[in-house]
Design a binder for this molecule. Structure first.
Ligand code: HEM
Length: 158
């Protein structure tokens, strides 16, 4: 069972790095950018930070997926995905899929192509939208973390 313990530890470590970064971007970086505290060029300021973090987030997503599926396979937890009471298992998969799509598909394909133009023409609106998306993802992730920690220890209402 040591392999499952290691997988679980790596799973949580990667979640901390990934969602911690999302929290920092949402609650610290974006408000500072939108107040002009990191300079007048909002896009440049945001991208300077985001470009460095995005690779950490991508690596963490891969590690979370590998360790998560490994635990499902080793402990044969697949039947949980057919039970509503294990909503937090669905939530983990859902949040993971959403971020994977955003960081591996939408960000390189759409964001780079369209966001630069939008942010140049309508800076405030574009950054308000980025901020809303970040808040939504952060809230979903936080609920998932609470559900997973409590649910995996058998908390009855979760
Ligand atoms: C492919 C996606 C994922 C899979 C297959 C997966 C799978 C798992 C499994 C099998 C467990 C152990 C459950 C148990 O011991 O009963 C677990 C624990 C956990 N997962 Fe995930 N997970 C995934 C993504 C995520 C995401 C995106 C988050 C955070 C937003 C997350 C956060 C956690 C947490 C906090 C725990 C509890 C650790 C503990 O307290 O022991 N997982 N995950």
């Amino acid at each position: 069972m040591n392999d499952v313990l290691i997988a679980r530890a790596l799973h949580v470590l990667a979640v901390v790095i990934w969602i911690g970064g999302v929290s920092m971007a949402t609650t610290v970086v974006l408000p500072a950018v939108r107040r002009g505290q990191l300079g007048e060029d909002w896009l440049r300021a945001f991208q300077a930070i985001e470009h460095r973090f995005v690779w950490q987030a991508r690596s963490a997503i891969i590690l979370v997926g590998l360790t998560g599926f490994y635990m499902c396979w080793r402990l044969d937890l697949w039947s949980r995905f057919r039970t509503a009471g294990f909503w937090w298992m669905h939530a983990m998969l859902g949040v993971w899929f959403l971020f994977a799509m955003m960081l591996f598909v939408a960000e390189p394909l759409i964001a780079h192509r369209y966001f630069r133009g939008w942010a140049t023409l309508h800076r405030a609106a574009a950054f308000a939208w980025v901020s809303r998306i970040h808040w939504l993802l952060l809230i979903l992730s936080a609920l998932t973390i609470v559900g997973a920690v409590a649910g995996s220890r058998g908390w009855p209402i979760l």
